[in-house]
Design a binder for this molecule. Structure first.
Ligand SMILES: NC(=O)c1ccc[n+]([C@@H]2O[C@H](COP(=O)([O-])OP(=O)(O)OC[C@H]3O[C@@H](n4cnc5c(N)ncnc54)[C@H](OP(=O)(O)O)[C@@H]3O)[C@@H](O)[C@H]2O)c1
Length: 309
């Protein structure tokens, strides 16, 4: 099978397209013929070696966590041939390949009417946004929610999901993206190049998607009982995160998990027309280097996706 492969950590230039052996079958897993795979900042972190303390140094490696394709083997109640989407829940990736073996619990039927490109763009970003807003920030109808990093892969879905939960949503992005963030459903948009976000006030929840609003400066825009959630793990957060889980701290860290039930909820929102994928650019697998380099600019407006032959 063809796959995006690298044999040492480094810049996008370490990536090659190679013909490699398909993955072996595993208990509790299904086999998917992948037709599209989205990239995430985690792919960049792992490929560059910045997460080697977690991933180890085994090579060759195949990037990719987000995928859409067709089941080659049954997955629980889903028969072979079903179009699926999902997220590999590990630091090993392996979704940027024509075949992937993935736990049955980490895929779901793909939203009807969506292309594989759009479906692949959804899982990791939507699961992160859903789990942060619903589970950590417990966003309710009428809450005032601030989303920092509103125009990227996670932010474009977080804006929509916060609006679906009934919140009054303020998105933070640079001036070039304000119209896009408004079109996604934000009630207000703040250009961080013009306004110091820490001078804002009155928010019930702050979701720091981008990571430029660390606690405790992020507490300034919050009301006295307001909640905060970040995507970026910092050493001080390991202790705070543990306290937050038992309700003794209002600063949370979201660590996205791949769950069939959440993927099903996301599929329903898409099929009902409430949530729409936001794809910025698509490259063929052979141009994975260009896709990684673009994602590394931190200027993507939505998701970066690879199509597989
Ligand atoms: N913990 C987890 O489980 C988890 C899960 C998913 C993602 N993450 C992390 O979350 C972060 C965001 O992921 P992503 O996929 O959304 O990234 P992304 O798509 O690469 O984000 C790109 C966006 O960031 C915006 N941006 C750049 N500089 C900014 C700044 N100073 N302030 C606010 N926004 C800024 C850009 O908007 P402008 O061009 O308008 O500036 C661009 O639209 C990454 O660090 C990722 O590793 C963690």
């Amino acid at each position: 099978m063809l796959a995006s492969v690298y044999r040492r950590f480094g810049p996008p230039g370490v990536l090659r397209v190679e013909d490699v052996a398909p993955p072996e079958a595993q208990r509790g897993c299904c086999r998917v013929r992948v037709t599209a795979c989205a990239l995430n900042p985690k792919d960049v972190l792992v490929r560059s070696g910045r997460m080697r303390w977690l991933t180890g140094e085994r090579f060759p490696r195949i990037p990719g966590y987000d995928l859409a394709g067709t089941l080659l083997t049954a997955a629980g109640d889903l028969p072979a041939g079903t179009p699926v989407f999902g997220m590999v829940d590990s630091h090993q990736g392996r979704a940027c390949a024509q075949e992937v073996v993935i736990p049955v619990a980490q895929i779901a039927a793909a939203p009807e009417g969506l292309t594989a490109i759009d479906a692949a763009s959804v899982p990791l970003a939507a699961l992160t946004a859903l789990q942060a807003l619903r589970d950590h920030l417990r966003v309710r109808k009428g809450d005032r929610v601030l989303i920092n990093g509103a125009s990227g892969g996670v932010g474009t879905l977080a804006i929509q999901l916060a609006a679906i939960l009934g919140a009054h949503v303020t998105g933070v992005c640079s001036g070039r993206n304000t119209d896009r963030v408004t079109a996604l459903g934000a009630d207000a948009v703040v250009d961080y190049t013009q306004t110091d976000v820490t001078t804002l006030t009155g928010f019930d929840a702050v979701f720091d998607v981008f990571g430029s609003l660390p606690w405790p400066s992020a507490s300034a825009p919050l009301t006295r009982r307001g909640r905060y959630c970040t995507t970026i793990v910092r050493p001080a957060f390991l202790a705070r995160g543990a306290l937050a889980r038992i309700g003794l701290h209002r600063a949370h860290f979201v660590h996205v998990r791949s769950r069939r039930a959440d993927l099903d909820s996301i599929r329903e929102l898409i099929e009902r027309g409430h949530l729409r994928p936001v794809v910025d650019r698509v490259w063929p697998l052979t141009e994975a280097r260009a896709a990684h380099a673009y994602l590394e600019t931190r200027r993507a407006r939505g998701k970066v996706v690879l199509s597989l032959p």
